[in-house]
Design a protein around this ligand. Structure first.
Ligand code: B12
Length: 296
């Protein structure tokens, strides 16, 4: 078995649904897009983007003798039944925190590459230092849709991405081709008009930004959009209308997550205990309560 096949086989035992490889390069065009995005204020209050600009556009700054960027994808449920409530949460949040799960698998991959090939690696999940979606396209995982998310033929956009940088040279994959064509259902469906042009999100108008990241004020307009959306954590509206997402069937398609049961017993202690290790713990009890109150 060759080196690449050996790594792919091992990655399957770690629970990755997909893996791809790309030879890194500096990203002058992406840096320019990122600068335009920041100059337009589309990052809202996420000031950290300004400080990380250089590594975001230059992965060589993150690992000496970087040879390959390994990109992984873990699928999450495509359909979730939330029980008898009009409130919703982002589908990825029905599973235990993906950062922890994927990092644990990447840690094993790192150890494997060291033991088998004496390679040095670093890994990241949802980090502030890499343009993960750019590398996912370059490594053939999927293409960047107009909602700005990576769409895979197998799991639609319902995936989380992991990245491992390594000193081992591995044969690269072909980049993914874009199949969105003239479709712009995601742009039209966003209730707060957050997709200003294909693949460009204005976070000031994005429901996920407001109900997960934003700790400051929310305008009455955005509150009205949140109420219409029914989302108290994250938002999947742009993804759910995507034709590539309606076609897929994942192993965990019929996932049941009893939101009413969770919300009915919502004392702080109860919430912290039940949500330990889950994404809802991140905004925390108080923030979630504010979102729920705003729904009434
Ligand atoms: C910050 C962030 C957010 C922010 C901003 C989102 C955004 N689109 O930037 C907020 C909080 C809103 C958010 C929301 C969500 N997020 Co988020 N987020 C991130 C994070 C940490 C950074 C993204 C980033 O770099 N943004 C900066 C912008 C500038 O980059 P970009 O969107 O790729 O934009 C590119 C294009 O616009 C292009 N471009 C711009 N102008 C032009 C012009 C031309 C001519 C061209 C050709 C290109 C071009 O260049 C840009 C740079 O490459 C990544 C993890 C990571 N490190 O990559 C996760 C990540 C993107 N998020 C993820 C997820 C799952 C979500 C949500 C679906 C969660 C949810 N259900 O609520 C939503 C989706 C909202 C949406 N439609 O984007 C996943 C995406 C998985 C996937 N299938 O792609 C990631 C990869 C995390 C992970 N590891 O799994 N997120």
């Amino acid at each position: 078995m060759n080196e690449k096949q050996n790594i792919i086989e091992y990655s399957r035992t770690l629970g990755f649904d997909k893996i791809g490889f790309v030879k890194p390069n500096a990203l002058p065009n992406e840096l320019q897009h990122l600068e335009e995005w920041l100059a337009s204020g589309y990052n809202a209050s996420m000031e950290w983007f300004h400080k990380r600009k250089d590594t975001l556009a230059n992965p060589f700054a993150l690992l000496d003798n970087l040879q390959t960027i390994v990109v992984t994808a873990n699928a999450y449920p495509a359909k979730v039944d939330f029980g008898n409530t009009k409130m919703k949460i982002a589908k990825y949040a029905v599973l235990p925190d993906y950062h922890k799960r994927i990092k644990a698998s990447l840690k094993n991959l790192d150890a494997f590459l060291f033991e088998e090939y004496n390679a040095t690696s670093r890994y990241f999940v949802d980090s502030g230092v890499l343009l993960e979606k750019y590398w996912a396209t370059a490594a053939g995982i999927g293409w960047q849709g107009k909602h700005s998310l990576i769409i895979t033929p197998e799991f639609g956009s319902y995936i989380n991405i992991g990245i491992l940088l390594t000193t081992l040279a591995i044969e690269p994959d072909e980049p993914a081709k874009n199949h969105c064509g003239n479709c712009s259902k995601c742009i039209e469906a966003c209730p707060s008009n957050a997709i200003v042009k294909p693949a460009v999100i204005d976070c000031n108008n994005c429901i996920t930004y407001h109900n997960i990241e934003n700790r400051g004020e929310r305008s009455s307009q955005i509150m009205a959009a949140i109420r219409t959306s029914e989302y108290i954590y994250g938002c999947d509206i742009c993804a759910d209308v995507c034709p590539f997402n309606s076609k897929i069937a994942t192993k965990s398609e019929e996932f049941h997550f009893d939101l009413p049961e969770l919300l009915s017993g919502l004392s702080k202690e109860n919430f912290d205990e039940r949500m330990s290790g889950y994404p809802l713990k991140r905004p925390g009890y108080e923030s979630l309560r504010l979102c729920i109150a705003a729904m009434e």
